[in-house]
Write a protein that binds this ligand. Structure first.
Ligand SMILES: [Zn+2]
Length: 409
């Protein structure tokens, strides 16, 4: 802490002390001085400001020290809120959280599909306004909007994973357009990285653990946490596991390659294969339209869970391809924990986890040394939106940190 505060600005010092109180549960002024290396006078000044801002509250006397009971200070999670939005071709998920990551309100909406950027942004702004109204949070306590994007990050702003509209979305500055349309600051990040941050922030993963998150919406993405910090690569485009080539002579992929995991196993592929079976199309009432891929995939996945052998074969095949990709990733990175998150795993995530666990247990190069657990996220389809919300809180409230470690301890 003393090292972090050396040469820090006033704002950085405030955020570091706030983070110290948050991660401690409760703390006295004396403890803060000892742990931060700041003088009692400096701590007193910072605490006074944090109390005035409502970010902390006094909760009564603590343990007696030298006959006098020092006042305990506690983090006030409802003093600020953030919005997280995950945007994908098949689904859009919104959450409003407090500073502890507790979801105050959420909304699931259809994805951008074939919408033009202008149409989609207009709808997102409207849905966002409805959500804020429904959540009944004081607008002044909203610090910003975090956006988890499915697609290539061009200088942190663009979106692409839509086949039909990729040329319309590729150069489109999502962050700039959203910032111009709403009054809150906007932060943008890759959705699979956001999902990893969401898992981390929700407190389920100890900060010492290395783990990967596979995020499935329209396509597959991989978020990585190592040494308690997210790994972003050189341009925040890390983890494109969906374009890992599993079959060099496989079907063409919209990315320009062939035999990618996404082309072999994404929801659109599963729905396409189901469409070859007229009986299955009839029995499940599959629509077969691009705009219905999410709904059709959910029907097939639910059928698999219910024991329909035709559905089970399709989902297990998709899961088997994912397992093969995870086998390579695990051998490359020596992972011991993989979490499956996102709307694509909502219905049949257990099947994906089972198939991947079996494959890694059977074939992981390090299986004799340690297991690699594959488990479902407890955050449901909101993992990426939650991570995006945490990015906002992090960037606004703990700018002294270069990672997301602060929000997870
Ligand atoms: Zn590809």
């Amino acid at each position: 802490m003393a090292k972090i505060l050396k040469g820090a600005t006033a704002q950085e010092t405030h955020s570091a002390i706030l983070d110290l109180i948050r991660s401690s549960g409760t703390a006295t002024r004396v403890e803060l001085a000892q742990r931060s290396g700041l003088t009692a006078a400096s701590i007193s000044r910072v605490v006074k400001q944090l109390l005035a801002d409502g970010l902390i509250v006094e909760t009564g006397p603590g343990d007696p020290t030298g006959g006098k009971r020092a006042t305990l200070l506690q983090f006030n999670p409802r003093a600020r809120h953030a919005v997280g939005i995950s945007i994908d071709t098949l689904s859009i998920t919104y959450v409003i959280t407090d500073m502890n990551g507790r979801v105050i309100e959420q909304l699931a909406s259809r994805g951008i599909g074939r919408d033009t950027p202008a149409t989609a942004i207009k709808r997102i702004v409207n849905e966002l306004e409805d959500l804020i109204h429904k959540a009944d949070v004081e607008p002044a306590t909203l610090v910003g909007v975090g956006v988890a994007l499915a697609g290539r990050q061009g200088a942190g702003e663009s979106l692409l994973r839509s086949r039909a509209n990729r040329y319309a979305w590729e150069p489109f500055a999502v962050m700039g357009k959203l910032s111009g349309a709403i009054e809150y600051p906007v932060v943008v990040e890759n959705d699979s990285t956001c999902a990893a941050i969401g898992e981390f922030w929700a407190g389920r993963i100890p900060s010492v653990n290395d783990f990967a998150t596979v995020y499935l919406a329209a396509g597959f993405g991989l978020g990585l946490v190592t040494n308690g910090d997210v790994y972003r690569g050189s341009s925040s485009n890390v983890g494109e596991i969906g374009h890992m080539v599993l079959d060099v002579k496989g079907p063409s992929c919209w990315c320009g390659g062939f035999g990618c995991l996404e082309a072999l196993a994404a929801p659109a592929r599963v729905v396409f294969l189901a469409g070859q079976d007229d009986g299955l199309v009839r029995d499940l009432g599959l629509h077969g339209r691009n705009s219905a891929i999410r709904a059709d995939f959910a029907k097939i996945a639910r059928g698999a869970v219910a024991g329909d052998q035709r559905c089970l074969a399709l989902i297990e095949k998709s899961a088997w391809y994912l397992a093969k990709a995870l086998l390579s990733i695990t051998n490359l990175l020596d992972l011991s924990q993989i979490i499956l998150a996102g709307p694509g795993f909502s219905e049949a995530g257990e099947i994906y986890a089972r198939v991947a666990s079996n494959e890694l247990g059977r074939l992981s190069f390090v299986r004799a040394m340690h297991s690699t657990r594959v488990e479902l996220s407890k955050l449901g389809p909101s993992a990426a939106a939650l991570g995006a919300a945490s990015l906002v809180l992090h960037s606004r409230l703990t700018p002294h940190q270069t990672s997301n470690r602060a929000l997870t301890s």
